[in-house]
Design a protein around this ligand. Structure first.
Ligand SMILES: Nc1ncnc2c1ncn2[C@@H]1O[C@H](COP(=O)(O)OP(=O)(O)OP(=O)(O)O)[C@@H](O)[C@H]1O
Length: 247
Protein backbone atom coordinates (compact mmCIF):
# COMPACT_ATOMS: atom_id res chain seq x y z
CA UNK A 1 0.00 0.00 0.00
CA UNK A 2 1.52 3.32 -1.07
CA UNK A 3 0.45 6.88 -0.52
CA UNK A 4 1.53 10.04 -2.31
CA UNK A 5 0.59 13.03 -0.18
CA UNK A 6 0.68 16.39 -1.95
CA UNK A 7 0.36 19.46 0.23
CA UNK A 8 -0.05 23.09 -0.74
CA UNK A 9 2.08 23.09 -3.89
CA UNK A 10 2.82 26.49 -5.41
CA UNK A 11 4.71 27.34 -8.57
CA UNK A 12 4.78 30.60 -10.51
CA UNK A 13 6.45 31.56 -13.78
CA UNK A 14 7.19 35.25 -13.70
CA UNK A 15 3.86 36.83 -12.83
CA UNK A 16 1.81 33.74 -13.73
CA UNK A 17 0.79 31.47 -10.89
CA UNK A 18 0.59 28.13 -12.68
CA UNK A 19 -0.12 26.10 -9.53
CA UNK A 20 -1.48 27.89 -6.47
CA UNK A 21 -1.98 25.75 -3.38
CA UNK A 22 -2.72 22.25 -4.69
CA UNK A 23 -3.26 19.47 -2.11
CA UNK A 24 -4.49 15.90 -2.60
CA UNK A 25 -3.68 12.33 -1.67
CA UNK A 26 -3.18 9.47 -4.12
CA UNK A 27 -3.35 5.90 -2.81
CA UNK A 28 -2.80 2.40 -4.20
CA UNK A 29 -5.90 1.35 -6.12
CA UNK A 30 -6.77 4.93 -7.17
CA UNK A 31 -7.14 5.85 -10.83
CA UNK A 32 -7.29 9.57 -10.22
CA UNK A 33 -7.99 11.96 -13.09
CA UNK A 34 -6.62 15.50 -13.06
CA UNK A 35 -8.74 17.59 -15.40
CA UNK A 36 -9.12 21.27 -16.20
CA UNK A 37 -9.20 23.65 -19.15
CA UNK A 38 -6.08 24.53 -21.18
CA UNK A 39 -3.55 26.35 -19.06
CA UNK A 40 -5.14 25.20 -15.77
CA UNK A 41 -1.79 23.90 -14.49
CA UNK A 42 -2.04 20.15 -15.09
CA UNK A 43 1.36 19.68 -16.78
CA UNK A 44 3.01 21.93 -14.23
CA UNK A 45 1.55 19.77 -11.45
CA UNK A 46 2.96 16.64 -13.07
CA UNK A 47 6.37 18.25 -13.46
CA UNK A 48 6.32 19.24 -9.79
CA UNK A 49 5.44 15.70 -8.73
CA UNK A 50 8.20 13.95 -10.64
CA UNK A 51 10.92 16.52 -9.92
CA UNK A 52 11.25 18.10 -13.35
CA UNK A 53 10.20 21.36 -11.74
CA UNK A 54 10.80 22.49 -8.21
CA UNK A 55 7.85 24.07 -6.36
CA UNK A 56 8.18 27.53 -4.84
CA UNK A 57 6.66 25.95 -1.74
CA UNK A 58 4.79 22.85 -0.68
CA UNK A 59 5.48 19.20 -0.08
CA UNK A 60 5.19 15.88 -1.95
CA UNK A 61 5.69 12.80 0.19
CA UNK A 62 5.78 9.19 -0.95
CA UNK A 63 5.12 6.95 2.05
CA UNK A 64 6.58 9.63 4.29
CA UNK A 65 9.67 10.41 2.16
CA UNK A 66 9.89 14.03 1.00
CA UNK A 67 10.40 14.16 -2.77
CA UNK A 68 10.68 17.92 -3.21
CA UNK A 69 14.28 18.81 -4.05
CA UNK A 70 15.21 15.33 -5.31
CA UNK A 71 16.23 14.92 -8.97
CA UNK A 72 13.73 13.16 -11.32
CA UNK A 73 15.87 10.03 -11.57
CA UNK A 74 15.91 9.60 -7.80
CA UNK A 75 12.13 10.13 -7.63
CA UNK A 76 11.73 7.50 -10.35
CA UNK A 77 13.98 5.14 -8.38
CA UNK A 78 11.84 5.66 -5.28
CA UNK A 79 8.79 4.44 -7.20
CA UNK A 80 7.17 7.34 -9.05
CA UNK A 81 6.95 6.35 -12.74
CA UNK A 82 5.77 8.56 -15.56
CA UNK A 83 4.55 8.35 -19.13
CA UNK A 84 4.76 11.39 -21.37
CA UNK A 85 2.51 13.05 -23.96
CA UNK A 86 5.09 12.42 -26.65
CA UNK A 87 6.15 8.83 -27.18
CA UNK A 88 9.51 8.07 -25.66
CA UNK A 89 10.57 4.78 -27.25
CA UNK A 90 13.70 4.10 -29.29
CA UNK A 91 12.39 3.74 -32.84
CA UNK A 92 15.19 1.54 -34.19
CA UNK A 93 15.00 -0.93 -31.30
CA UNK A 94 12.35 -3.62 -31.14
CA UNK A 95 9.38 -3.49 -28.82
CA UNK A 96 10.83 -6.09 -26.47
CA UNK A 97 14.28 -4.43 -26.45
CA UNK A 98 12.72 -1.15 -25.34
CA UNK A 99 11.15 -2.90 -22.35
CA UNK A 100 14.36 -4.84 -21.67
CA UNK A 101 16.25 -1.53 -21.45
CA UNK A 102 14.06 -0.38 -18.59
CA UNK A 103 14.36 -3.71 -16.79
CA UNK A 104 18.13 -3.57 -17.22
CA UNK A 105 18.29 -0.04 -15.96
CA UNK A 106 16.28 -1.00 -12.91
CA UNK A 107 18.51 -4.02 -12.23
CA UNK A 108 21.61 -1.84 -12.46
CA UNK A 109 20.03 0.47 -9.97
CA UNK A 110 19.22 -2.36 -7.58
CA UNK A 111 22.14 -4.76 -8.08
CA UNK A 112 24.80 -2.82 -9.97
CA UNK A 113 24.49 -5.21 -12.93
CA UNK A 114 26.00 -4.21 -16.25
CA UNK A 115 25.98 -6.80 -19.00
CA UNK A 116 25.03 -6.65 -22.70
CA UNK A 117 21.33 -5.93 -23.00
CA UNK A 118 20.38 -8.20 -25.88
CA UNK A 119 19.72 -11.43 -24.03
CA UNK A 120 18.79 -9.98 -20.71
CA UNK A 121 15.33 -9.85 -19.26
CA UNK A 122 13.68 -11.03 -22.47
CA UNK A 123 11.24 -13.29 -20.63
CA UNK A 124 10.07 -10.73 -18.04
CA UNK A 125 9.84 -8.14 -20.83
CA UNK A 126 7.62 -10.51 -22.84
CA UNK A 127 5.44 -11.07 -19.76
CA UNK A 128 4.93 -7.32 -19.40
CA UNK A 129 4.17 -7.01 -23.10
CA UNK A 130 1.58 -9.78 -22.69
CA UNK A 131 -0.10 -7.71 -19.99
CA UNK A 132 -0.56 -4.79 -22.38
CA UNK A 133 -1.53 -6.94 -25.37
CA UNK A 134 1.73 -6.40 -27.29
CA UNK A 135 3.45 -9.79 -27.06
CA UNK A 136 2.67 -10.63 -30.70
CA UNK A 137 4.56 -7.55 -31.89
CA UNK A 138 7.53 -8.00 -29.54
CA UNK A 139 10.14 -8.32 -32.28
CA UNK A 140 9.00 -5.45 -34.49
CA UNK A 141 10.94 -2.17 -34.38
CA UNK A 142 9.06 0.50 -32.43
CA UNK A 143 9.44 2.83 -35.41
CA UNK A 144 6.90 0.88 -37.49
CA UNK A 145 4.17 0.61 -34.85
CA UNK A 146 0.77 2.27 -34.96
CA UNK A 147 0.43 5.12 -32.48
CA UNK A 148 -1.97 3.28 -30.16
CA UNK A 149 0.41 0.31 -30.00
CA UNK A 150 3.31 2.60 -29.13
CA UNK A 151 1.31 3.89 -26.18
CA UNK A 152 0.87 0.30 -24.98
CA UNK A 153 4.61 -0.27 -25.24
CA UNK A 154 5.17 2.85 -23.18
CA UNK A 155 2.82 1.54 -20.56
CA UNK A 156 4.79 -1.71 -20.42
CA UNK A 157 8.00 0.36 -20.11
CA UNK A 158 6.51 2.38 -17.27
CA UNK A 159 5.43 -0.83 -15.49
CA UNK A 160 8.90 -2.34 -15.96
CA UNK A 161 10.29 0.02 -13.37
CA UNK A 162 7.70 -1.37 -10.89
CA UNK A 163 6.35 1.97 -9.82
CA UNK A 164 4.15 2.35 -6.77
CA UNK A 165 2.75 5.51 -8.32
CA UNK A 166 2.34 6.09 -12.05
CA UNK A 167 1.82 9.55 -13.54
CA UNK A 168 0.27 9.45 -17.01
CA UNK A 169 0.24 12.74 -18.89
CA UNK A 170 -2.56 12.57 -21.46
CA UNK A 171 -2.11 8.84 -22.08
CA UNK A 172 -4.70 8.75 -24.85
CA UNK A 173 -3.71 11.94 -26.73
CA UNK A 174 -3.71 11.35 -30.48
CA UNK A 175 -5.65 8.09 -30.28
CA UNK A 176 -8.98 7.22 -31.90
CA UNK A 177 -11.91 7.24 -29.44
CA UNK A 178 -12.32 3.45 -29.32
CA UNK A 179 -8.57 2.99 -28.78
CA UNK A 180 -8.67 5.50 -25.90
CA UNK A 181 -11.29 3.55 -24.01
CA UNK A 182 -9.37 0.31 -24.58
CA UNK A 183 -6.13 1.79 -23.23
CA UNK A 184 -7.86 3.17 -20.15
CA UNK A 185 -9.70 -0.12 -19.54
CA UNK A 186 -6.29 -1.79 -19.68
CA UNK A 187 -4.87 0.78 -17.25
CA UNK A 188 -7.82 0.32 -14.88
CA UNK A 189 -7.22 -3.43 -14.92
CA UNK A 190 -3.53 -2.91 -14.10
CA UNK A 191 -4.46 -0.60 -11.22
CA UNK A 192 -6.58 -3.39 -9.75
CA UNK A 193 -4.18 -6.26 -10.42
CA UNK A 194 -1.02 -4.50 -9.29
CA UNK A 195 -2.63 -2.26 -6.69
CA UNK A 196 -1.03 0.69 -8.50
CA UNK A 197 -1.75 4.34 -7.76
CA UNK A 198 -2.31 6.20 -11.04
CA UNK A 199 -2.75 9.93 -11.61
CA UNK A 200 -3.62 10.88 -15.18
CA UNK A 201 -4.50 14.02 -17.10
CA UNK A 202 -7.04 13.75 -19.85
CA UNK A 203 -9.08 15.96 -22.13
CA UNK A 204 -11.53 13.26 -23.24
CA UNK A 205 -14.38 13.32 -20.72
CA UNK A 206 -15.67 9.90 -21.84
CA UNK A 207 -12.34 8.44 -20.76
CA UNK A 208 -12.40 10.35 -17.46
CA UNK A 209 -15.97 9.55 -16.49
CA UNK A 210 -15.76 6.00 -17.78
CA UNK A 211 -12.66 4.92 -15.86
CA UNK A 212 -11.47 7.29 -13.12
CA UNK A 213 -12.16 6.23 -9.55
CA UNK A 214 -11.95 9.91 -8.50
CA UNK A 215 -11.53 13.22 -10.30
CA UNK A 216 -9.65 16.41 -9.40
CA UNK A 217 -10.59 19.60 -11.21
CA UNK A 218 -8.00 22.32 -11.63
CA UNK A 219 -8.78 25.83 -12.80
CA UNK A 220 -6.23 28.62 -12.98
CA UNK A 221 -3.83 26.72 -10.72
CA UNK A 222 -6.35 25.87 -8.00
CA UNK A 223 -8.34 22.73 -7.25
CA UNK A 224 -11.99 23.70 -7.47
CA UNK A 225 -13.53 20.26 -7.01
CA UNK A 226 -12.68 16.69 -6.02
CA UNK A 227 -15.02 13.73 -6.05
CA UNK A 228 -16.37 10.67 -7.79
CA UNK A 229 -17.07 10.93 -11.53
CA UNK A 230 -20.80 11.31 -10.78
CA UNK A 231 -20.20 14.07 -8.24
CA UNK A 232 -17.91 15.93 -10.63
CA UNK A 233 -20.32 15.62 -13.54
CA UNK A 234 -23.07 17.16 -11.42
CA UNK A 235 -20.92 19.93 -9.90
CA UNK A 236 -22.06 23.39 -11.09
CA UNK A 237 -18.56 24.89 -10.59
CA UNK A 238 -17.11 22.30 -12.95
CA UNK A 239 -19.85 22.81 -15.51
CA UNK A 240 -19.23 26.53 -15.32
CA UNK A 241 -15.48 26.17 -15.94
CA UNK A 242 -16.07 23.89 -18.91
CA UNK A 243 -18.78 26.08 -20.35
CA UNK A 244 -16.47 29.06 -20.06
CA UNK A 245 -18.50 30.95 -17.44
CA UNK A 246 -17.33 32.39 -14.15
CA UNK A 247 -16.20 29.71 -11.68
N1 LIG B 1 7.92 27.04 -18.41
C1 LIG B 1 6.95 27.96 -18.33
N2 LIG B 1 7.22 29.28 -18.43
C2 LIG B 1 6.25 30.21 -18.34
N3 LIG B 1 4.94 29.93 -18.14
C3 LIG B 1 4.60 28.63 -18.04
C4 LIG B 1 5.57 27.58 -18.13
N4 LIG B 1 4.92 26.39 -17.98
C5 LIG B 1 3.61 26.69 -17.82
N5 LIG B 1 3.42 28.03 -17.85
C6 LIG B 1 2.13 28.73 -17.68
O1 LIG B 1 1.49 28.16 -16.54
C7 LIG B 1 0.11 27.99 -16.78
C8 LIG B 1 -0.26 26.52 -16.61
O2 LIG B 1 0.29 25.79 -17.70
P1 LIG B 1 0.21 24.17 -17.80
O3 LIG B 1 0.96 23.80 -19.04
O4 LIG B 1 0.63 23.56 -16.53
O5 LIG B 1 -1.35 23.95 -18.01
P2 LIG B 1 -2.11 22.64 -18.52
O6 LIG B 1 -3.34 22.54 -17.67
O7 LIG B 1 -1.21 21.48 -18.56
O8 LIG B 1 -2.53 23.05 -19.99
P3 LIG B 1 -2.82 22.12 -21.29
O9 LIG B 1 -4.10 21.40 -21.02
O10 LIG B 1 -2.98 23.14 -22.38
O11 LIG B 1 -1.64 21.20 -21.48
C9 LIG B 1 -0.18 28.54 -18.16
O12 LIG B 1 -0.59 29.88 -18.00
C10 LIG B 1 1.17 28.47 -18.83
O13 LIG B 1 1.29 29.47 -19.82
Amino acid sequence: MSELVVRDLHRSFGGVQAVGGVSFTLRSGDLLALIGPNGAGKSTCFNLLNGQLRPDSGSVRLDGTELVGLPPRRIWALGVGRTFQITATFASMTVVENVQMVLLSRARRLFGLWRPAAAQFREPALTLLGQVGMAAQADRPCGVLAYGDLKRVELAMALASEPAVLLMDEPTAGMAPAERLTLMALTAGLVRERNLAVLFTEHDMDVVFGHATRVLVLDRGRLIAEGSPDEIRADPRVQSVYLGGEA
